[in-house]
Design a protein around this ligand. Structure first.
Ligand code: HEM
Length: 133
Protein backbone atom coordinates (compact mmCIF):
# COMPACT_ATOMS: atom_id res chain seq x y z
CA UNK A 1 0.00 0.00 0.00
CA UNK A 2 1.30 3.48 -0.88
CA UNK A 3 2.33 5.65 2.11
CA UNK A 4 -0.18 8.38 1.17
CA UNK A 5 -3.09 5.90 1.02
CA UNK A 6 -2.05 4.33 4.33
CA UNK A 7 -1.86 7.78 5.91
CA UNK A 8 -5.32 8.84 4.63
CA UNK A 9 -6.82 5.49 5.68
CA UNK A 10 -5.49 5.75 9.24
CA UNK A 11 -6.62 9.38 9.60
CA UNK A 12 -10.05 8.53 8.15
CA UNK A 13 -10.44 5.53 10.51
CA UNK A 14 -9.78 7.68 13.61
CA UNK A 15 -11.89 10.57 12.19
CA UNK A 16 -14.87 8.26 11.48
CA UNK A 17 -14.74 6.60 14.92
CA UNK A 18 -14.50 10.07 16.49
CA UNK A 19 -17.54 11.19 14.46
CA UNK A 20 -19.56 8.23 15.77
CA UNK A 21 -18.45 8.99 19.35
CA UNK A 22 -19.57 12.66 19.18
CA UNK A 23 -23.12 11.40 18.66
CA UNK A 24 -22.92 8.34 20.94
CA UNK A 25 -21.64 10.35 23.93
CA UNK A 26 -24.26 13.09 23.42
CA UNK A 27 -27.01 10.43 23.30
CA UNK A 28 -25.55 8.85 26.46
CA UNK A 29 -26.20 12.14 28.31
CA UNK A 30 -29.78 12.23 27.03
CA UNK A 31 -30.28 8.60 28.12
CA UNK A 32 -29.03 9.26 31.65
CA UNK A 33 -32.61 9.68 32.90
CA UNK A 34 -32.94 5.89 32.88
CA UNK A 35 -29.34 4.93 33.73
CA UNK A 36 -26.52 6.20 35.92
CA UNK A 37 -23.92 8.25 33.97
CA UNK A 38 -20.91 10.17 35.32
CA UNK A 39 -21.59 13.51 33.58
CA UNK A 40 -18.14 14.92 34.42
CA UNK A 41 -16.41 12.03 32.63
CA UNK A 42 -18.77 12.25 29.63
CA UNK A 43 -18.15 16.01 29.26
CA UNK A 44 -14.36 15.45 29.32
CA UNK A 45 -14.74 12.59 26.82
CA UNK A 46 -16.85 14.82 24.54
CA UNK A 47 -14.23 17.58 24.72
CA UNK A 48 -11.47 15.07 23.84
CA UNK A 49 -13.47 13.59 20.95
CA UNK A 50 -14.44 16.96 19.41
CA UNK A 51 -10.80 18.05 19.79
CA UNK A 52 -9.76 14.83 18.06
CA UNK A 53 -12.12 15.63 15.16
CA UNK A 54 -10.49 19.02 14.71
CA UNK A 55 -7.01 17.47 14.94
CA UNK A 56 -7.69 14.61 12.48
CA UNK A 57 -9.47 17.07 10.16
CA UNK A 58 -6.30 19.19 10.09
CA UNK A 59 -4.24 15.98 9.55
CA UNK A 60 -6.18 15.37 6.28
CA UNK A 61 -4.97 18.75 5.01
CA UNK A 62 -1.41 18.27 6.27
CA UNK A 63 -1.22 14.83 4.58
CA UNK A 64 -2.23 16.39 1.27
CA UNK A 65 0.40 19.07 1.74
CA UNK A 66 3.09 16.51 2.59
CA UNK A 67 2.33 13.97 -0.14
CA UNK A 68 1.08 16.22 -2.96
CA UNK A 69 2.52 19.65 -2.05
CA UNK A 70 -0.94 21.30 -1.87
CA UNK A 71 -4.17 21.33 0.13
CA UNK A 72 -7.13 19.48 -1.46
CA UNK A 73 -8.58 21.53 -4.34
CA UNK A 74 -12.14 22.10 -3.06
CA UNK A 75 -14.75 24.67 -4.15
CA UNK A 76 -18.11 26.26 -3.27
CA UNK A 77 -20.32 23.71 -1.50
CA UNK A 78 -17.34 21.69 -0.26
CA UNK A 79 -15.76 24.83 1.26
CA UNK A 80 -19.09 25.72 2.88
CA UNK A 81 -19.41 22.17 4.28
CA UNK A 82 -15.87 22.35 5.66
CA UNK A 83 -16.71 25.73 7.22
CA UNK A 84 -19.77 24.23 8.93
CA UNK A 85 -17.61 21.45 10.40
CA UNK A 86 -14.95 23.88 11.63
CA UNK A 87 -17.58 26.14 13.23
CA UNK A 88 -19.22 23.07 14.87
CA UNK A 89 -15.89 22.00 16.38
CA UNK A 90 -15.14 25.55 17.59
CA UNK A 91 -18.63 25.97 19.12
CA UNK A 92 -18.56 22.58 20.86
CA UNK A 93 -15.02 23.09 22.20
CA UNK A 94 -16.00 26.49 23.60
CA UNK A 95 -19.26 25.23 25.16
CA UNK A 96 -17.70 22.09 26.68
CA UNK A 97 -14.68 23.99 28.03
CA UNK A 98 -17.08 26.52 29.60
CA UNK A 99 -19.24 23.82 31.25
CA UNK A 100 -16.17 21.98 32.58
CA UNK A 101 -14.54 25.22 33.82
CA UNK A 102 -17.77 26.21 35.63
CA UNK A 103 -18.17 22.62 36.95
CA UNK A 104 -21.72 22.49 35.53
CA UNK A 105 -22.25 18.73 35.86
CA UNK A 106 -26.07 19.09 35.73
CA UNK A 107 -26.18 19.64 31.96
CA UNK A 108 -29.44 21.29 30.85
CA UNK A 109 -31.75 19.65 28.31
CA UNK A 110 -31.04 22.58 25.97
CA UNK A 111 -27.27 21.95 26.05
CA UNK A 112 -27.79 18.21 25.50
CA UNK A 113 -29.87 19.09 22.44
CA UNK A 114 -27.06 21.38 21.22
CA UNK A 115 -24.54 18.49 21.61
CA UNK A 116 -26.69 16.13 19.52
CA UNK A 117 -27.63 18.79 16.95
CA UNK A 118 -24.06 19.95 16.28
CA UNK A 119 -22.94 16.34 15.86
CA UNK A 120 -25.72 15.69 13.32
CA UNK A 121 -24.98 19.00 11.53
CA UNK A 122 -21.26 18.06 11.26
CA UNK A 123 -22.16 14.56 10.01
CA UNK A 124 -24.46 15.99 7.32
CA UNK A 125 -21.74 18.50 6.36
CA UNK A 126 -19.30 15.56 6.06
CA UNK A 127 -21.64 13.92 3.51
CA UNK A 128 -21.86 17.17 1.52
CA UNK A 129 -18.04 17.52 1.63
CA UNK A 130 -17.57 13.88 0.57
CA UNK A 131 -19.69 14.12 -2.59
CA UNK A 132 -18.73 17.68 -3.62
CA UNK A 133 -14.93 17.33 -3.56
C1 HEM B 1 -12.05 20.99 12.02
C2 HEM B 1 -13.04 20.16 11.74
C3 HEM B 1 -13.03 19.14 10.64
C4 HEM B 1 -12.27 19.08 9.51
C5 HEM B 1 -11.21 20.06 9.04
C6 HEM B 1 -12.68 17.88 8.80
C7 HEM B 1 -12.16 17.46 7.61
C8 HEM B 1 -12.52 16.33 6.92
C9 HEM B 1 -11.98 15.90 5.66
C10 HEM B 1 -10.91 16.64 4.87
C11 HEM B 1 -12.58 14.75 5.32
C12 HEM B 1 -12.36 13.91 4.04
C13 HEM B 1 -13.41 14.34 3.02
C14 HEM B 1 -13.45 13.47 1.80
O1 HEM B 1 -13.78 12.29 1.91
O2 HEM B 1 -13.15 13.97 0.72
C15 HEM B 1 -13.52 14.43 6.37
C16 HEM B 1 -14.32 13.32 6.38
C17 HEM B 1 -15.27 13.06 7.32
N1 HEM B 1 -15.57 13.85 8.41
FE1 HEM B 1 -14.60 15.54 8.97
N2 HEM B 1 -13.67 17.25 9.52
C18 HEM B 1 -13.91 17.99 10.64
C19 HEM B 1 -14.81 17.72 11.62
C20 HEM B 1 -15.71 16.67 11.58
C21 HEM B 1 -16.74 16.43 12.55
C22 HEM B 1 -16.98 17.29 13.78
C23 HEM B 1 -17.41 15.31 12.15
C24 HEM B 1 -18.58 14.59 12.79
C25 HEM B 1 -19.00 14.75 13.99
C26 HEM B 1 -16.80 14.84 10.94
C27 HEM B 1 -17.18 13.72 10.23
C28 HEM B 1 -16.60 13.24 9.10
C29 HEM B 1 -16.96 11.99 8.43
C30 HEM B 1 -18.06 11.02 8.88
C31 HEM B 1 -16.13 11.89 7.31
C32 HEM B 1 -16.11 10.75 6.31
C33 HEM B 1 -16.95 11.10 5.10
C34 HEM B 1 -16.85 10.00 4.04
O3 HEM B 1 -15.87 9.97 3.33
O4 HEM B 1 -17.74 9.19 3.94
N3 HEM B 1 -15.78 15.70 10.61
N4 HEM B 1 -13.47 15.42 7.34
Amino acid sequence: MKASILSYTLIQAVHNIGAALTLALALLLIGQICMSVDTKKVLWALLAVWGLQGFTGICFGLSSLYFYGAFPDIHNLAIAAMGVKIVSVAAMTFLLAFLIYKKKWDVSARNKTVFVSLSIIALVAASVLRWNS
